[in-house]
Each structure stands twice: as structure tokens, then as C-alpha cells.
Design a protein around this ligand. Structure first.
Ligand SMILES: CC(=O)c1cc(-c2ccccn2)c2ncccn12
Length: 121
């Protein structure tokens, strides 16, 4: 008999947890693990209106706030884009964000997500 469909987020959260582990492991300096504070980054909260970081993504996952992987990917892209907006291109933060974004785009490429989705159905 086929497995009954799990209407909870078990499969989705397992997939997001897997992606979170891979992506946050790339952030060796720990720049993206927690919310950026104004004391580290003067004026940050005035410039970046939608802050995002790995700990917030994990919290959203646990609270079942992601309906699919694309919503998770949007938060990941927002986190990288925030860093490339607030910081100048010659900073370690900007360069780390660009590198991380490239890794995430390859990992969560649309075609990959479609074939993965078909494999778990
Ligand atoms: C991600 C980011 O923009 C960032 C992280 C940090 C950060 C993250 C952890 C410890 C210290 N700084 C930061 N500091 C100054 C300016 C920007 N940042």
C-alpha cells in the first residue's frame, strides 16, 4: 500500500533543514547566523527594512511558516541581498554574501527542485 499523504510539514521541514545545514556550513565566519545588530552595523535597521538570517529561517521552519522550498529560498536570497545592499562591494560581508548566494542558487536551482519534488511524491 502507498504511504498516506502527510499533510504536515514533515517532508518539507526535513528538506529545508538539509538545505539550512549545507548553506549555514558555508558561512564559516558566522556573519549570517544571527540578526545583524546596529552596534555592529551603524544605521542597519534604517537601511534594511526586512532583515533575515539563518536563525530566523530555522525558527520559521520549526513554526511551519514555510509552505514550500521556494518560500525558504526567497528568505535565503533576501538575507544575501540585504548584505549586498548595506555593505560596500569591497567588504568581506558583501563578498561573503555574493559567494553564499551563488552556492544557494546552484543548490536550489528550479530544475533541481522540480526533479527532487517529483522524487518524493
Ligand atoms: C551580514 C552582515 O551584513 C553583517 C554581519 C556582521 C557581523 C556578524 C557577526 C559578528 C559581527 N558582525 C556585520 N558587521 C558589520 C556590518 C555588516 N555585518
Amino acid at each position: 500500500p502507498t504511504k498516506p499523504p502527510q499533510d504536515d510539514n514533515t517532508n518539507l521541514n526535513a528538506c529545508i533543514d538539509h538545505l539550512l545545514r549545507i548553506l549555514s556550513r558555508k558561512d564559516k565566519e558566522g556573519f549570517f547566523q544571527y540578526p545583524v545588530t546596529d552596534q555592529f552595523a551603524p544605521g542597519y535597521s534604517q537601511i534594511i527594512l526586512r532583515p533575515m538570517d539563518f536563525s530566523t529561517m530555522r525558527k520559521k521552519m520549526v513554526q511551519d511558516e514555510y509552505a514550500n522550498v521556494l518560500e525558504f529560498r526567497s528568505d535565503f536570497e533576501l538575507m544575501c541581498e540585504n548584505a549586498m545592499k548595506y555593505n560596500r562591494p569591497d567588504t568581506i560581508y558583501w563578498q561573503a554574501a555574493k559567494k553564499l548566494l551563488a552556492t544557494g542558487s546552484k543548490l536550489m536551482h528550479k530544475d533541481k527542485l522540480i526533479s527532487f519534488r517529483r522524487s518524493v511524491e
